[in-house]
Design a protein around this ligand. Structure first.
Ligand SMILES: O=P(O)(O)OC[C@H]1O[C@H](OP(=O)(O)OP(=O)(O)O)[C@H](O)[C@@H]1O
Ligand SMILES: Nc1ncnc2[nH]cnc12
Length: 253
């Protein structure tokens, strides 16, 4: 992960929107560039996950955190997306000053929002003849397995270095300072298989890009990359070339 601190290049206090690769962000974003409590979303009840948690060390209000909208549903107004967005806690200055951390652990506490998240991915991928769901350590291990089980695919962990016990193939990728390595077991996938890569979040795109290269090196066809959250200000999808990226909600970097 590359954590990019707040700078003049990125607006950490502004809100954003989410979109589908199939639907332009601008057309969907406009009604939601106001507060989620605005008229556009007033019909939606947001979960109050904070009541189930000790007070966060630091947090920003929902209206200043992740801003919704929308892709998955064909009409771009699937109400499940608002609940998902609302269930993601945003913590400023974690793990270091200037980072606006998108915390999906609160989404996992909201059983409806968590299920909706999995359902949205399953609905999209169930008929795409995907045989491999490749999940990226660590948070891709949360979302990947239930999706894999539901669509009848195997789950393949893409791990940080020296974690997998068998023979591995590795892919180095760049970080903000230096590099990291991603590994996958040899024999976990076969040439010609169709894969979905899943992670919780795309920021700079370095991590997803490495997973993509690793799978393509062994002849796997990556159908799509998918994340719960995109930080569009960091332009991570540009590092995926022309590989499609599907996201549920957008957040600020
Ligand atoms: O698009 P990028 O800039 O590459 O960043 C995105 C990655 O960063 C986070 O993982 P992290 O590296 O923090 O690992 P963790 O899930 O083990 O904490 C996130 O879960 C993604 O995998
Ligand atoms: N802002 C962020 N929140 C959570 N995970 C991240 N990985 C990279 N940037 C992140």
């Amino acid at each position: 992960m590359i954590m990019i601190p707040q700078s003049t290049s990125f607006r950490f206090s502004s809100n954003s929107f989410a979109f589908s690769p199939a639907v332009t962000s601008r057309s969907l974003a406009a009604p939601f560039n106001r507060s989620p409590s605005s008229a556009a979303l007033s019909f939606i009840r947001f979960p109050n996950y904070r009541s189930a948690l000790p007070p966060p060390r630091s947090s920003v209000s929902k209206s200043k955190s992740v801003r919704v909208q929308a892709m998955a549903a064909e009409d771009g107004k699937d109400p499940r997306l608002a609940r998902i967005s609302s269930a993601i806690r945003v913590i400023p200055d974690f793990p270091k000053p200037g980072i606006l951390f998108q915390d999906i652990t609160t989404l996992l506490l909201d059983t409806k929002a968590f299920k909706d998240t999995i359902d949205l991915f399953v609905e999209r991928y169930k008929d795409k003849e995907i045989s491999v769901v490749a999940g990226i350590e660590a948070r891709g291990f949360i979302f990947g397995p239930p999706i894999a089980l539901a669509i009848g695919a195997k789950f393949v962990p893409m791990r940080k270095p020296n974690k997998l016990p068998g023979k591995v193939i590795s892919e180095e990728y760049s970080l903000e300072y230096g590099t990291d390595i991603m590994e996958m077991h040899v024999g976990a996938v076969e040439a010609g298989e169709r894969a979905l890569i899943i992670d919780d979040l795309i920021a700079t795109g370095g991590t997803l890009g490495a997973a993509l290269r690793l799978l393509e090196r062994v002849g796997v066809h990556v159908v799509e990359c998918a994340c719960v959250i995109e930080l569009p200000g960091l332009k991570g999808r540009e590092r995926l070339g022309d590989k499609p990226l599907f996201v549920l909600v957008n957040g600020d970097a």
